[in-house]
Design a protein. Structure first.
Length: 259
């Protein structure tokens, strides 16, 4: 029988895209000391915190969402701020610019330590989170055999115009704007480490040539939940995912899943 502790923890991950002039996505490299995905190139993201579901967000964010859906989007915006310095927010209807986002750099560590402080930051600065710009992209649940499990919702969002990425130097020790095809090729040559869901979602993103095209495709698709399972074959174990998820791949040998 499963317990509360066995349930995957809600999490949000964000594919931040831009045109430069071709489609690029923001990737951050995780610290080698991280318990999960050490040294891998990932999309910014992390666990949903209790503070992401606070009623105070009613007046500090746009969109009409149920309790859970909004907490996922708040977590997405918060994690993007913590790891990249980008603010998915407006002030008096105008998007926050480069100087506006950089002004809050000294608060990023505090938000990471106490997510409740993100509420105070947004409120005191007269900001409003733009949750409607976050487009559902994918949904993955960590397999039951893993000791650390996450119920992760992937979102796609256009990079805020004019803002400059500054990785936090703690969880994210490096960052790069890169074309999906380029990073996928670097994985094949051993130059970049990618987790399985990251790789497959990069492959989907690579079907688009511009940020607008990627957003349109995301808005039109049906997001299918993927919870991989392991099957024993004569030649070894394979990880299996549903064909309807649309990745063009339904199984992968376990030894090739991470890398």
């Amino acid at each position: 029988m499963s317990t509360e502790g066995d349930r995957p923890k809600p999490a949000s991950t964000v594919l931040i895209v831009r045109d430069a002039p071709g489609l690029e996505v923001l990737m951050v490299r995780r610290s080698a000391g991280m318990a999960f995905g050490a040294s891998a190139w990932v999309f910014p993201g992390g666990k949903v915190a209790a503070a992401d579901a606070e009623p105070a967000w009613d007046d500090l964010s746009d969109g009409t969402y149920d309790h859970y859906a909004r907490s996922l989007r708040i977590a997405a915006a918060r994690e993007v701020f913590e790891e990249s310095g980008l603010l998915l927010a407006t002030r008096s209807g105008e998007e926050v610019d480069a100087a506006g986002s950089a002004a809050f750099d000294d608060q990023r560590a505090a938000v990471e330590a106490d997510p409740t402080s993100f509420i105070r930051l947004i409120r005191d600065a007269g900001l409003r989170l733009t949750l409607d710009r976050l487009v559902p992209f994918a949904h993955w649940i960590t397999p039951s055999f893993e000791p650390r499990r996450f119920d992760t919702h992937f979102f796609l969002v256009h990079a805020p115009a004019g803002q400059v990425v500054r990785h936090d130097g703690r969880e994210a020790v490096d960052h790069e704007w890169v074309s999906p095809a380029s990073l996928l090729q670097r994985r094949l040559t051993g130059e970049a480490k990618l987790m399985f869901p990251t790789r497959l979602n990069l492959q989907v993103l690579d079907r688009s040539t511009t940020a607008a095209e990627a957003e349109t495709a995301a808005r039109l698709q049906r997001v299918v939940t993927v919870e991989p399972r392991v099957e024993e074959r004569a030649d070894g174990k394979v990880l299996v995912i549903p064909a309807e998820a649309g990745y063009g791949l339904t199984e992968e040998r376990m030894k090739e899943v991470m890398g």
